[in-house]
Design a protein around this ligand. Structure first.
Ligand code: NAG
Ligand code: NAG
Length: 464
């Protein structure tokens, strides 16, 4: 557990907080309780800090000051709902030990304006109006890429892909590859803020009789995000029967060996400086990256002057049955025979399909959230995969995704995110046993939780 009490009193308080949380769920529903959960986490942390000897972790003291200033930066929210509500309940509950009775809690409704009840409704509407307008404006001016920017980037990426394709065929005429295609958010109209990256999918053609995918859960790794590709029937179809046998490692197809072969060709053998003239832009392999990445300078005249860069990642890909497996060594790390099972295509296709059926704004919401998270330092760790899955989960319960509820859905996504952060678990939509928050540490989660929690009363802070 997050909180580790050493003293009797602290254990008592922790028990009360947990008790409050479980009751809050009954009274407020999951989202409301989640909001309160982050608030109580703040309290837990303050208690923990207060009980810690001053010489312990001295470098962390600045952090707690930052947090305190964050607390006072939004006094309405934190003082009222944390100290005013939770702390008082803790006091009464510890004193009277009324642990068997449910404690009614006020709903943490956003307090947008202070005014008397009749006027308040009006003020609320005004505040909401303003936010809706601001969100729409943010979407138009900050999130969306211009059609021209997209088309220039796509054309350049296509030209480069054509060169790579031709060179690979020339250099390895016997390498069984499927149709190479550009992929990713730039192609799916999901890229935001700046057109700055695309992927080139290089599909390996594997003989289905000789290769079997083994899901990560069923391997020693025990991790559903990975997969291994096992070579079958070696006694009847000996090594060498398949082109890809040269990349075997202990009976499995090695993503590292495949990447290395493609890397040698694309990154080392292709004469990129010479191609600069033909391509009308500068292309340079990114060295030292575990991925096969090309950096492009001068997509257009103006971007050349501003020093902007565009990146193309070459992704060796295996499609076996329903699975799409990628050699993404940034993710698989030192596991040389492990492939990354990408759900990007299934997730984006599902969102597109849902939006198409009801002219919905799911992808608009997703793009806005992506822009918000990439522009806000404390939310950087929330990546597109997290956000896609949140919207997909929301779509299970929310039927109305019309334009008129765009801002509502955006704010709802913030609340849902807080809920997932509070539990530390965001299940993958297509693979519920995969927790997309795995790999984030406690501090990351806290930081994101605080930021989003503050945004509940003041959503404008996200649009800075
Ligand atoms: C957010 O966007 C604004 C305007 O585009 C920019 O000035 C600012 O540096 C960005 N912040 C971060 C953290 O990227
Ligand atoms: C998103 O972040 C998670 C957790 O940090 C990480 O495991 C995952 O690989 C990232 N996904 C993408 C597509 O970058």
């Amino acid at each position: 557990m997050y909180y580790s009490g050493k003293r009797r009193g602290e254990d008592g308080i922790a028990a009360v907080i947990d008790f409050l949380l479980s009751n809050a769920r009954l009274v407020l529903g999951v989202s409301g309780a989640a909001v309160l959960g982050i608030a109580t986490l703040a309290v837990k942390r303050l208690i923990e800090r207060a009980g810690r000897p001053p010489d312990e972790k001295p470098d962390k003291m600045t952090d707690s000051w930052e947090e305190l200033s964050l607390v006072s930066a939004s006094p309405k929210l934190l003082h009222k709902s944390i100290e005013g509500v939770v702390m008082k309940r803790i006091d009464t509950a510890t004193q009277k030990a009324e642990l068997s009775q449910a404690i009614p809690l006020p709903s943490p409704e956003p307090q947008c304006c202070d005014a008397d009840p009749p006027q308040r409704r009006k003020h609320m509407d005004l505040c909401v109006m303003t936010f809706v307008d601001r969100l729409q404006q943010y979407y138009r001016t900050r999130v969306c890429l211009s059609a021209e920017e997209v088309s220039v980037a796509q054309q350049r990426a296509l030209d480069i892909a054509t060169e790579i394709k031709a060179f690979l065929h020339y250099k390895h005429p016997d390498m069984p590859l499927g149709d190479m295609t550009l992929a990713g958010s730039l192609i799916d109209n999901l890229q935001v803020v700046k057109a700055d990256h695309a992927c080139l999918i290089v599909p390996l053609q594997l003989e289905s009789s000789l290769w079997t995918p083994i899901a990560g859960e069923d391997t020693f790794l025990g991790h559903p995000k990975f997969c291994m590709v096992r070579r079958e029937n070696l006694e009847y179809f000996p090594r060498g029967r398949s082109y890809w046998d040269r990349h075997l490692l202990a009976g499995y197809l090695s993503s590292r060996l495949v990447s290395e072969q493609l890397g040698k060709t694309v990154m080392e053998s292709m004469n990129w400086p010479l191609l600069t003239g033909t391509l009308e832009c500068e292309v340079r392999p990114v060295l030292g990256s575990p991925e096969l990445k090309l950096e492009i300078k001068g997509l257009s005249q103006s971007s050349y002057e501003s020093g902007e860069r565009f990146y193309i990642t070459v992704l060796p890909t295996v499609r076996l049955g329903e699975m799409t497996l990628m050699a993404q060594r940034e993710i698989t790390g030192s596991f040389d025979y492990v492939w990354y099972q990408s759900l990007y295509t299934s997730e984006t296709a599902r969102l597109a399909e849902l939006d198409k059926a009801d002219s919905g704004v799911r992808r608009k919401c997703l793009k806005t959230l992506k822009a918000v998270c990439c522009n806000c330092t404390s939310l950087r760790k929330l990546n597109a995969s997290h956000l896609r899955n949140v919207i997909l989960h929301m779509s299970e319960n929310e039927a109305d995704w019309t334009e008129s509820v765009f801002a509502d859905r955006f704010l709802q996504a913030i609340t849902e995110l807080i809920g997932y952060l509070e539990t530390g678990i965001l299940p993958s939509y297509f693979k519920p046993n995969l927790n997309l928050f795995q790999g984030l540490n406690e501090d990351d989660i806290d930081e994101m939780g605080y930021m989003l929690y503050s945004a509940i009363t003041e959503p404008e802070i996200l649009l800075i």
